[in-house]
Write a protein that binds this ligand. Structure first.
Ligand code: 5AD
Ligand code: SF4
Length: 479
C-alpha cells in the first residue's frame, strides 16, 4: 500500500546489498517480497533509491568492516537527500544494535535477523519525528528459552523470484538458529536458538516454488542435518523424510542441503542421498581443524578420527559423493604442529573443495573470552594460502579424473567470462553444475538455460570442468 502523501502510482525505489551466507540471500528475498507489497521496486542505482538496505554478516570482522565502509560512503548521499531511508539488517544489526546508530547516525533503522517482519513498519515510520529505529531479538541469556525463541520470528511468508540466484533455483529455510555454540562462532547469539520449521510449511513452500518454475531447491540450516520436528501426531520428522517428500514434487529436478554438522550425519540421511536420484550427491560437512586439541577448544564435539570415520561411512554409502569442508586457520593456540595436522587431514580427505578462513575474534563468543588470539595475522595468512594451495592441487587432480566422462548438468546461465561475440549466432558460453556440485562450462545456446543437459568433459581446472554438450535432448522433463 502506498503511504499517504506519496504521489499515486509512483513506485518507491529500493536498493539492497547482501553480504554473507545463503541464509542472508534468502532473508533479503523475503524482505524484498514484502516491501513490493508496500509499493517498492528494486533499483541497482543507489542514487535513485528511496530506501537503502544492507543485509549484513558478523561471522568475520572483514564482513562488518565492508558494511561500515559502505555506510561511510553513503553519508554524503543522505546529507543531500535526507528523505532516503537507510537500514542495517541481519546479523550485524543483532550483534551491534544501537552501537550502529551511534557509529553511523545517518542510519534510520537497525533490524536483527529474527525481526525482519518489522522492516516495512519501521521503514514507514522512519520518516516520522520520533521513529522506532531498533528491532532486535532477545539475547540468549535474556529470559526463558520460550521467550528468547519467540523473539526470533519465523519469516518465510513471501517469496520474490527476482532475488533468486536464477529463476529456477531457490532456497528454503528448514531450520533457524543454532545451539552448537562452537567457541569461535557468533551465529548462536545473532540467529538465536535452534528451531526446526514444521514439515507442512516447508513442503507447501516447495510446492509453491515448483509451481513458479523452480527446478532446484536448496534447503538451508546452520546445521541442516540436525533437523528434527515432532508433528502433532507424534511422528518425528528428520531431514531424510523432508528430502523424500520434496523428491515427490513434480518439477523439482535437483535438491541440495547445506550446511551439515559432522556428528549428525546419520545413516538414514546418507541412504536418502544414495536412493533419491534428484538429491545432489554433494555434502558440505565442515571439519574446521585436523587437530584434536584445537577441535576441543573449538567445542566441535568430535575427534579427527570420528570425522574420518564419518567420511569413510559417507563414501561407502554414496558412491561418487563429493564432500567439501570449511577450515579455520590460526585459531587461538594453533601451533605449527597443530596446523600441520590440519594439512594432513586435508591431504587424506580429498575434499572436492575447502573454504579456508583466518580466525577472526568475535566479541561475545567463548573463544574471545577465554583464549588469547595469539597467532599473528601474517602467520594466519601464510597458513591460509598454503592450505588453499594444497587443497587446490587436490581439486585439480580429482577434477582431471573427469576428463573423458559425461556428466549431467543443470544449466544455470551464461558463464561469467562469456562475451557476446559480434554477429552473435545464438551460441554462447554457458555454466551449470553437476549433481556432485562441480561447475561445468561449455558452449551452447541460451535456450538451454534451466535445462538438464549431458556434457562430455574435455578439460579441467581446479574449480571448473570444461566440455561439450553431447545432446541437447532434455534428460529430465521440465514441468
Ligand atoms: N573466524 C573465522 N572463521 C569463522 N567461521 C565461523 N566463525 C568464524 C570466525 N570467528 C567460519 C567457519 C564456518 C564458516 C561459515 O565460517 O569455518 O564453517
Ligand atoms: Fe557456528 Fe558451530 Fe553453529 Fe556452525 S555449528 S553455526 S560453526 S556454532
Amino acid at each position: 500500500m502506498a503511504e499517504q502523501g506519496d504521489p499515486p502510482h509512483q513506485k518507491k525505489k529500493l536498493y539492497i546489498e547482501t553480504v554473507g551466507c545463503q541464509m542472508n540471500l534468502l532473508d533479503s528475498e523475503l524482505v524484498v517480497a514484502r516491501l513490493r507489497q508496500d509499493g517498492y521496486e528494486l533499483t541497482d542505482d543507489i542514487q535513485q533509491a528511496d530506501a537503502i538496505l544492507y543485509n549484513t554478516c558478523s561471522v568475520r570482522q572483514h564482513a562488518e568492516d565492508k558494511v561500515y565502509s559502505a555506510l561511510g560512503r553513503i553519508k554524503r548521499l543522505k546529507e543531500k537527500k535526507p528523505e532516503v531511508a537507510i537500514g542495517v539488517l541481519g546479523c550485524m544489526a543483532q550483534k551491534d544494535q544501537d552501537q550502529i546508530l551511534r557509529r553511523a547516525p545517518h542510519v534510520d533503522i537497525v533490524v536483527g535477523p529474527g525481526q525482519l517482519g518489522r522492516v516495512p513498519e519501521l521503514l514507514a515510520r522512519a520518516k516520522g519525528d520520533d521513529p522506532t529505529r531498533l528491532a532486535v531479538s532477545r539475547a540468549r541469556t535474556d529470559g526463558s528459552l520460550e521467550t528468547i525463541t519467540a523473539s526470533f520470528e519465523t519469516y518465510d511468508a513471501n517469496r520474490e523470484p527476482a532475488m533468486r540466484p536464477t529463476p529456477f533455483q531457490a532456497f528454503i529455510r528448514v531450520m533457524m538458529g543454532c545451539d552448537k555454540f562452537c567457541t569461535y562462532c557468533i551465529v548462536p547469539s545473532v540467529r538465536g536458538p535452534e528451531q526446526s520449521r514444521p514439515p507442512v510449511a516447508i513442503l507447501a513452500e516447495a510446492r509453491l516454488l515448483a509451481d513458479q518454475g523452480v527446478k532446484e531447491i536448496t534447503l538451508l540450516g546452520q546445521t541442516v542435518n540436525s533437523y528434527r520436528y515432532r508433528a502433532p501426531d507424534g511422528r518425528i520428522w528428520r531431514l531424510s523424510d523432508i528430502l523424500a517428500k520434496i523428491h515427490e514434487i513434480e518439477g523439482i529436478e535437483r535438491i541440495k542441503f547445506i550446511t551439515n554438522f559432522p556428528n549428525d550425519m546419520t545413516d538414514d540421511l546418507l541412504q536418502a542421498v544414495r536412493d533419491l536420484p534428484r538429491v545432489s550427491r554433494y555434502l558440505h560437512v565442515p571439519a574446521q581443524s585436523g587437530c584434536d586439541e584445537i577441535l576441543k577448544r573449538m567445542k566441535r564435539m568430535y575427534s579427527v578420527a570420528a570425522y574420518e570415520e564419518m567420511l569413510a561411512r559417507t563414501r561407502e554409502t554414496i558412491p561418487g559423493v563429493a564432500v567439501s569442508s570449511d577450515f579455520i586457520v590460526g585459531f587461538c593456540g594453533e601451533t605449527q604442529e597443530s596446523y600441520e595436522k590440519t594439512v594432513r587431514l586435508v591431504e587424506r580427505s580429498r575434499f572436492k573443495n575447502s573454504f579456508i578462513f583466518k580466525y577472526s575474534a568475535r566479541e561475545g563468543t567463548r573463544a574471545d573470552r577465554l583464549y588469547p588470539d595469539d597467532v599473528p595475522e601474517l602467520e594466519k595468512k601464510r597458513r591460509n594460502n598454503e592450505l588453499l594451495a594444497i587443497q587446490t592441487a587436490i581439486s585439480l587432480e580429482d577434477n582431471r579424473e573427469w576428463i573423458g566422462r559425461t556428466v549431467e548438468v543443470l544449466v544455470e546461465g551464461p558463464s561469467r567470462t562469456s562475451v557476446r561475440r559480434e554477429g552473435w549466432d545464438g551460441i554462447d558460453q554457458l555454466t551449470g553444475r553437476t549433481s556432485c556440485d562441480r561447475i561445468a562450462v561449455f558452449d551452447g545456446s541460451e535456450r538451454l538455460v534451466g535445462r538438464m543437459v549431458r556434457v562430455a568433459i574435455e578439460d579441467a581446472s581446479a574449480v571448473t570442468l570444461f566440455g561439450r554438450v553431447e545432446t541437447t535432448e532434455v534428460v529430465a522433463t521440465p514441468a
